[in-house]
Design a protein around this ligand. Structure first.
Ligand code: GAL
Length: 941
């Protein structure tokens, strides 16, 4: 079924009354429009099949639009031809009716960037997105709106239609059909529990009415055994896809294998392509092993076996790898049950934008799948016979070209043994007996019957990285495991001239077959001319050598740390590249001159007919020590005389939260409009004199704490409650704390005030669409201390910060008074240091940091916390932005300070709000460089 027919059908059913109309933003600059369709094999743009190879990127986890370019260019360089983007409702909407798409929230800019970079976009605006974001992307204000979220309840319907009316038109004007980048639109997210088909249908009706005309998709959790799949019936989408996380999320055991199964994406519909909507490319660190181990759990071995199995077994042509770059839960962006500040995810690109071994494997696979067009249309085919039952083969072939794709893997997917086999392989060009070998956790996709530019690749036991044409010849790169033998057979009309330029390659010619035998080692080069075909430079390398190559357009480059782009104009190729060290690099091009990051370079021509130039690496950098601090006490609310007369009185008696208070009043922070960060309570009462303890109960979300003072005396702290996903129905007694009252503290008939500081670690998600999790309260849920009446006052965030948004600033005294901002009047603060011993409470520290990092280098900076003694935590503010929370004793010690927020060539204000539960001795803090390259996204051709 082509997209357009269904769009017309849906459009016909629209009723104007169901729509909220927001004036459409200015139209796209692009003139060119395209048709987007699909059939059972693939997406089709203007009649051309597309294999969509996307990685997930969360713009909201990288609060610096200038860095979006860096990550997206790195993704493109790894061979991704698209990016999958959640749009986070709560991130844009601080209050009902209020939406912000400016600055770090300028998704129009993000979509323009994808257009400029030539990346397709799968737009995923929810309304629910999960993604381990606070509330799963639902705005916190929705907690006070009656009506079950993710259903067609009228209260929720009004709310989500408002969001779609804002986000859809932005997405719509960037569609491929209007000359933009958006090729598909995903409705909802893993909508599998407590489903409501009318709601699912309405999201799509809204989208169509707002101008979405690309295919609508859905990502089904977690394999097709979950129902509904939204493949048919009311609420069905055009292209249903499947999410799959076969390695699970137990990063403490990085050697485990396939905990959640085979991971082969299933076909959900006979009429649309097989879509691996979210395929595991990392993991959340649920059990705090560290993201390094998550990266191992989902490392190159896993990627080879699972991704290639998926390609060659299911014929999927649409992929979304979750995550390509994870980023940071800066501010209060994270959902506290599963994640902490870092959302690095063990992804191929680290939180600090560094490339990893997983990036190399993505590049090997990404260049392959986006080079070889016959992969876009394949059917199951007869696989070559293997003479070793431990080596299994599976095959698919393109019905039009006959090109075969053979998966070679261990029969026992879990083994890491060393197995060899002889394959008897009937290809379109003849039958071949070829040896193969698998060492360790490995799988290969071998090809036969492929028209490779001007060449005919009959069969190969190496894997194809990519091929191109430059300088009047074809250039192809094949690769295999170091030390393992490979054979490649090419067809010629007559015997060609073969020159082995480097390496050791044996060749023979029989009946039109040029057979090359070699062992993968370093990079061998073979020049083949004559034989009735265009000349060919064949490069035969190891996995590692393959990862040295970059491709931009028709240009291949090897040796630089990264190539962002290569553009040929006349006889000059302009390369934008990053250099991690001083090195030579090689350019496979028709051009005669090379510029690197805008400057001409001297080149020499190699015997392979390529150009080699030398490039300088980065200068070492030194970051300043953080020596000069000033400090101020930050919990005056704990003092009995503190003036709280302008605080709100907490006297509500009802709430829409599923957790009801045992007795009034409702003390929940959200019910008073305080949704993020810390909240203070002050309970005023007249003492009876017989009070002996205070019994409190608070929900903070996992990892949060609350602290209690009575008449200025610190009574202690307790862990705030959490509602775990597994806990249903809701917890009766979520975050209990009993605090003894010292006998001398309260006198009969005397005024008393209890001050309580409650942290809010973020809101739970709504994975099961039942409201129980995301609508659970934050703040005090119960308080018992005296038989006399208590008047409660509550205070959270005071003023919204239009630049940084609601997730950045909470309700600490210092935050309410702008102490976290660079403009804070901190000159009067006392000279001190954040690693001095300190007492329970809130302590602010600030220092100025002048950086002078080289303009031509990209140096991501992190803030490192040494482990200290005691129970304390620190909110980190850089130039006013809350960039996360260090919790002493927890796993994360290094915090990303993204350039853009941090000025790498200017003055910065670093401020810490240290929250101490006991007499602590905090560890030292310092700046570290998480990388250093010459180059960076700012380098222009
Ligand atoms: C998926 C979900 C994503 C994310 C992921 C785990 O089920 O769709 O949003 O939560 O799991 O990181």
């Amino acid at each position: 079924m082509r997209a357009r027919s269904r769009i017309a059908a849906i459009a016909a059913t629209l009723t104007a009354a169901a729509l909220i109309c927001i004036p459409a933003p200015a139209g796209p600059a692009q003139a060119e429009t395209h048709d987007v369709g699909y059939d059972r094999y693939s997406l089709i743009v203007d009649g051309e099949r597309v294999l969509l190879w996307t990685g997930e990127f969360h713009y909201f986890r990288l609060p610096g639009p200038a860095l979006w370019r860096d990550v997206l260019e790195k993704m493109r360089a790894a061979g991704f031809n698209g990016v999958s983007l959640y749009f986070n409702w709560g991130y844009h909407s601080p209050a009902p009716g209020e939406y912000d798409f400016s600055g770090i929230r300028d998704v129009d800019r993000l979509l323009r960037l994808t257009e400029e970079l030539g990346l397709y976009v799968v737009a995923r605006p929810g309304p629910y997105i999960n993604a381990e974001t606070t509330g799963g992307g639902l705005p916190a204000w929705l907690k006070t709106v009656p009506g079950r979220a993710r259903s067609s309840d009228p209260g929720y319907t009004r709310a989500y239609r408002e969001w779609l009316a804002h986000i859809d038109p932005i997405i719509a004007r960037h569609q491929v059909t209007r000359g933009g980048s958006v090729i598909a639109y995903n409705a909802e997210n893993e909508y599998a529990a407590n489903t409501d088909a009318a709601y699912m249908e309405d999201i799509q009706r809204q989208a169509r009415a707002h101008g979405i005309d690309v295919p609508i998709t859905h990502n089904q959790c977690c394999d097709a055994s979950w129902t509904p799949t939204w493949a048919s019936g009311l609420g069905a989408v055009q292209i249903p896809g499947v999410d799959d996380y076969p390695q699970s999320f137990e990063c403490r055991e990085p050697d485990t294998w396939g905990t959640w199964g085979e991971g082969v994406t299933e076909r959900l519909s006979p009429d649309s392509p097989v879509y691996a909507a979210e395929y595991q490319a990392g993991a959340i660190d649920v059990n705090r092993a560290g993201y390094g181990q998550c990266r191992e759990l989902t490392g190159p071995g896993f990627m080879k076996v699972y991704y290639k199995s998926n390609l060659a077994a299911s014929g999927a042509t649409m992929f979304g790898y979750y995550m390509a770059f994870g980023g940071t839960n800066w501010g209060r962006l994270g959902q506290p049950n599963d994640v902490y500040t870092s959302y690095d995810y063990g992804a191929p690109i680290t939180e600090n934008r560094q490339l990893t071994a997983k990036y190399d494997e993505f590049k090997r696979q990404g260049l392959f799948v986006t080079t070889v067009a016959p992969l876009t249309k394949t059917d199951p085919a007869t696989a070559p016979a293997s003479d070793n039952p431990s080596v299994r083969t599976e095959a698919r072939a393109n019905p039009d070209t006959g090109t075969q794709f053979v998966l070679v893997r261990h029969a026992d997917r879990k083994t890491d043994g060393d197995e060899s086999a002889d394959l008897t392989w009937t290809t379109p060009d003849g039958t071949y007996d070829l040896p193969v070998r698998l060492e360790g956790r490995d799988a290969k996709i071998l090809m036969a019957g492929y028209d490779m530019g001007g060449q005919r690749l009959a069969a190969t036991t190496s894997e194809l990285l990519t091929h191109t044409a430059a300088d009047g010849r074809d250039i192809a790169v094949l690769y295999g495991t170091e030390g393992v033998a490979g054979t490649t057979v090419l067809r010629y009309g007559t015997r060609p001239d073969v020159k082995v330029l480097s390496g050791s390659v044996k060749t023979s010619f029989t009946d039109g077959d040029l057979k090359l035998d070699y062992t993968h080692k370093g990079l061998a080069r073979v020049e083949i001319t004559g034989g009735g075909r265009k000349p060919l430079l064949l490069l035969l390398g190891t996995d590692e050598e393959a990862a040295e190559f970059w491709r931009s357009g028709n240009t291949l480059i090897r040796g630089t740390h990264l190539v962002r782009s290569a553009q040929t104009k006349g006889d000059t190729v302009a390369i934008r590249a990053d250099l991690a060290k001083t090195t030579e690099f090689e350019v496979f091009t028709s051009a005669r001159h090379v510029t690197l990051n805008g400057r001409g370079t001297r080149t020499r021509t190699t015997p392979s007919g390529t150009l080699v130039a030398r490039a300088k690496g980065p200068r070492p950098v030194k970051l300043p020590a953080l020596k000069y601090w000033r400090g101020e006490q930050g919990a005056p609310e704990s003092a009995p005389g503190f003036d709280d007369s302008d605080w709100r009185i907490a006297d509500r008696t009802t709430t829409v939260s599923p957790i009801k208070p045992k007795k009034p009043p409702v003390l929940y922070a959200d019910d008073y409009g305080f949704h993020h960060g810390h909240v203070w309570y002050r309970g005023h009462f007249t003492a009876t004199g017989s009070e002996s303890s205070v019994e409190l109960n608070a929900i903070t979300g996992k990892g949060g704490i609350y602290q209690v003072w009575l008449n200025g005396r610190y009574l202690g702290s307790a862990a705030g409650g959490e509602q775990k996903d597994a806990d249903a129905p809701v917890n009766e007694n979520p975050g209990p704390g009993t605090f003894e009252i010292p006998p001398d503290l309260l006198g009969k008939g005397e005024k008393a005030v209890l001050s309580v500081l409650v942290e809010n670690m973020g809101h739970n998600d709504d994975w099961t669409a039942d409201d129980v999790r995301h609508k659970q309260p934050r703040g005090l849920v119960n308080a018992d201390m005296t038989t006399n009446p208590v008047t409660w006052r509550i205070q959270g965030t005071r003023a919204q910060d239009p630049l940084r948004g609601p997730l950045s600033t909470g309700g600490l005294y210092g935050e309410r008074n702008g102490w976290h901002l660079p403009s804070a009047p901190t000159r009067t603060w006392t000279r001190t240091s954040p690693s001095r011993p300190t007492t329970p409470g809130v302590h602010w520290y600030t220092t100025k940091v002048r950086l002078a990092l080289p303009r031509t280098q990209d140096v991501p900076v992190t803030l490192h916390f040494n482990k200290g003694k005691g129970r304390y935590r620190a909110l980190i503010f850089v130039n006013g932005w809350n960039l996360g929370e260090y919790v002493n004793g927890e796993i994360q010690h290094d915090f990303a300070l993204p350039n853009g927020i941090l000025d790498p060539r200017g003055h910065n204000t670093l401020t810490l709000a240290l929250i101490t539960e006991d007499d602590s001795k905090p560890g030292a803090v310092s700046l570290t460089a998480a990388g250093n390259v010459r180059g960076g996204a700012q380098m222009t051709p």
